[in-house]
Design a protein around this ligand. Structure first.
Ligand code: SF4
Length: 345
């Protein structure tokens, strides 16, 4: 279903009307996911980045950042032997750093595939098709590649990776190659018009995605946008609800930046819009401070915080990994399609 009419009026909802709209959004996801929420651990392998996005503290022009690449052994031991029990999937994330992909990420995926039942996602930026194939052969199945914003002119003004059209082409290529692709966009980027914000839904709708995130803009330290205002939490949440109504079957995360845009309640309100994926940061604490997407004083979602937010919203942590959920859905869909075809005959 992708016929939900996106409208500027919905961005303005507040108070009781907003709560009802969010509840309506959460209800349409239930037939697809029940009340379960997937819990994905994230490890940040490298903060080297060859890109220069104006909205990100890891941009290559940020010379104040101590750059690191994690050691394979340290991360493998952590994820194989010491991960929290509720984590069913892991997302391996880097700045755009093909060296780290070859030296650390691919061996790590192979080890996780051999030693654990974890579903494996990667968020590594735009790479070449050969590297995508190597990552997939190693055992990853979900690729996170955000298109960030819907207007090519803004994309180039904010120095996002490559060109907007290349970014979309990479998303399509990954989907064609059998990846489950999750994308995402940012709400409240400096200079973003209402029209540009709404255009994100059209871009997302036309892409071959399995999931999509909505993140509030957070002004990153040591970036050209450091003094710009933070993205509005209510607009962000209304966008999450609109996205859920547009695509009830997509996996939509409650991103940790909701805690920064809406301190105290943003994250739980995100779950109330029908978000069904949360991430737990497993990066060793000595490296975490330099993985500077936004600010050094990051609000870290620990297992305890995540489980208590899920329980408080009357939701349940999924025991099935997201990767396995996608596989099962893939098997079910052709079966349903052939049953429908038989009935039609
Ligand atoms: S958003 Fe990603 S690609 Fe852009 S500078 Fe940050 S880490 Fe690099």
């Amino acid at each position: 279903m992708d016929s939900f009419p996106i409208s500027a009026e919905l961005l303005k909802l507040r108070g009781g009307g907003q709560a009802m709209f969010h509840a309506r959004a959460a209800a349409v996801g239930a037939p697809h996911f029940g009340r379960r929420v997937f819990i994905r651990g994230v490890v940040e392998v490298s903060n080297f980045c060859r890109e220069n996005c104006a909205y990100c503290g890891m941009r290559r022009d940020n010379h104040s950042l101590a750059r690191y690449r994690a050691q394979y052994d340290q991360l493998a031991d952590l994820l194989i032997h010491h991960r929290p029990a509720s984590v069913t999937d892991v997302n391996i994330q880097t700045g755009e750093d093909p060296v780290a992909v070859r030296q650390v990420v691919i061996p790590l995926i192979k080890a996780l595939r051999r030693e654990t039942p974890l579903g494996i996602s990667v968020c590594l930026g735009t790479l070449n098709p050969r590297l995508y194939a190597e990552l997939k052969a190693a055992g990853a199945s979900i690729y996170i590649l955000k298109f960030e914003m819907a207007v090519a002119k803004d994309y180039s003004r904010l120095e996002a990776p490559g060109t907007f059209h290349e970014r979309l082409e990479h998303i399509r290529l990954l989907a064609r190659e059998g990846w489950k692709v999750s994308s995402g966009f940012i709400v409240g980027l400096p200079g973003q018009t209402q029209r540009a914000l709404l255009a994100n839904f059209e871009v997302a709708r036309l892409l071959p995605l399995a999931g999509c995130s909505v993140s509030p803009f957070i002004p990153g330290e040591a970036t050209p946008l450091a003094h710009a205002p933070i993205g509005d939490i209510d607009v962000t949440l209304n966008c999450m609800a609109m996205l859920r109504l547009l695509r009830p079957d997509w996996v939509i995360p409650a991103v940790s930046a909701l805690n920064l845009a809406g301190p105290g309640s943003g994250y739980r309100r995100g779950l109330r819009t029908g978000a069904n994926l949360v991430t737990m940061n497993l990066t060793p604490p000595d490296m975490r401070a330099d993985y500077l997407l936004y600010k050094r004083d990051r609000y870290i979602m620990t297992e305890e915080r995540i489980l208590s937010a899920i329980a408080a919203e009357g939701l349940k942590a999924s025991k099935q990994s997201l990767a396995s959920f996608y596989r099962a859905r893939e098997i079910r869909r052709p079966a349903v399609a052939s049953a429908v075809a038989e009935v039609a005959v």
